[in-house]
Design a protein around this ligand. Sequence first.
Ligand code: SAH
Length: 516
Amino acid sequence: MADSTDTHIEEMPELSDGDEDDDDEQWMEEERQTVTCLFCHKLLDSVSATLQHCTAEHQLSLVNVIKKHRLDDYGYIKMINFIRSTKCAPSSLMELSEGPLPWNKEDFLRPVLQDDPLLQTDLEELCEKDDMSPSPRTQPSDELLCRAQAAEARAKRSEEALTRAMEDLHKLKLLAQGLVLNAETSKSSNLGAVAELREDEDEAYFSSYGHYGIHEEMLKDTVRTESYRDFMYSNPEVFRDKVVLDVGCGTGILSMFAARAGAKKVIAVDQSEIIYQAMDIVRSNQLENVITLIKGRIEDIKLPVEKVDIIVSEWMGYFLLFESMLDSVLYARDLYLADGGSVYPDLCNISLAAVGDAEKHQSRIGFWDDVYGFNMACMKSAVVPEAVVEVVNAETLISEPAVIQMLDCNTVCLSELEFTADFSLKMTKTTEWTAIVGYFDIFFDKGCSNKVIFSTGPQVPKTHWKQTVFLLEKPMAVKAGEELQGRINVRKNKKDPRSLFVTFDLPDKKQTYSLQ
Ligand code: SAH
C-alpha cells in the first residue's frame, strides 16, 4: 500500500523553533516592499520605515491617528486613500478632533495607488510594530541591527538558562546516583577503624573539607601539587589507557592530571561538598567524558567498575598519619585494585631529628613560670603533651635525621599503621636539646621511569604540612657525636580514630603527645 501521507508532508510548512522567529521572518518579508510616502515623493523600503519617516519628517504619527480615532481596517484604508487623494497636510490630520472623519465615505475604499503596501499591511501588527520600533532617527539598517541584536540576546539568555538547567540536572543525577549506590552498599561489610566510624561522627571531618579555603591551601602548596603533577605528566606510560580511582578527589585536581596523562577513565570520589565544585570544574575543562565523580565515602559507595588499575590519593596528614585517611585508601586498594595495579604515592617514610631551640622552648614552656608575676608552671604539663604543627628553622636541627618508619602503600596493612620503633639520634652539636621534630617524605616510585620525591622536612621548602614538634618538658644537655637511643609508639586515639597518640621513651623521660 502506498503511503498517502507523503504529499501532505511536502505541503507542510517548515517547523520553526518559536513564534518570535516567525514574526521576524514576516517582518523581514515586509521589509522588501517599496512604499511611497503619504506626504512627499520619498520612496521607502518598508511600511515601518514609512511610518518612521512620517513621524520624523512630517511630525505625524499615523499610529497615533489610528489609535486616537480608534480606526478599524476599513477606517484605516479610507484614511490612507483620503491622504493620498487629497494630498492633505499632515498638520490637518493632527488637528482633527473627535467626531465625523473627513474620509468617512465609501469612495475612499478605492486604492489611489496600485498595490499600495500601506493598504496591504495588517493594522494590528502595524500598531504593535510601531510600539516596538526604534526611535525615528534610527536608520533602517540600524533597525535591522537592533532587531538582530535583540534576537541574539534572547537566544543567549535561552542558552544560558538551558546550560543552568543541564548543570542542575547533572548534579541531581549524581546525587540520585550517590543515594542509590549508598542504599545498595549500606549493608556491605566495612574494613578498618575509619570504615566503622559512624557517618555523623565523621561529619565534622568532611565538612572541614567542604570549605574552599583548605583546598586553596593545598593547591597553592606547590611542592605537594607539582609533585603529583610531575609524577603523572612525566610517566604517561603508567597512565595510558588505565582506569584510575582518585580517593578523596577534592577539587578534582589529581583526577584531571590523570586524565591529561592519558587515563582512559578516572573515577573521582569525595564525601565532602567540595565535589559539587569538582563537578563544575571537570565540566569547565571538558573532561566529563573521562572523569566520573561520585559523592560519598569510599567505604560506602559502590564503584561503577569492578576493578581499577591505579589508585591515586593525597591522603597524608600531619606527621603523615594524622587524619587516618590512609585507612580509606587501603580499603579501596583491597576492594578495587586489579592484580598488578598500583597505588600512588607508593612509598612514604617518617623521620625524626633533635632540635635545640632554647628561645622557642622558653617562649612555650619557660613562659609559664612567670606570667605577669604569677606562677603558672602547672600549665606546662598541659602544654607539653600537645604536639605543635609549625615550621622548624633548619638551623636549629642538632642531630642527623632518623627514619623511624617506611610504608609501601601497595602492601602495608591497616595494623601496621600503629607501630613501635626504636631509633637513634646522632647529635651533631654540643648544646641543649629542647624538642624532637617529626616529618615525612613521599615517593612516586613503582614502575616509574621518572621517579618523583618530595619531603616535608625542615631543610627543604616548606609545605602546608609544616613539621610536627614534640617539646621536651626539660631541655637536656647533649654532646656532638653522642647517639641518643629512644623508642616511639604511634597509635590511634580510640575515642577519635582520626587523631593520634605518639609516645616517646627517652633516656630519662617517657612522654605521650597527642596530635589533634
Ligand atoms: N585530592 C585533592 C584533595 C585532597 S584532601 C587534592 O589533592 O587537592 C582529601 C580529600 O579526601 C578531602 O576532600 C576529603 O573530603 C576526602 N576524603 C577523605 N576521606 C574520604 C573517604 N573516606 N571517602 C571519600 N572522600 C574522602
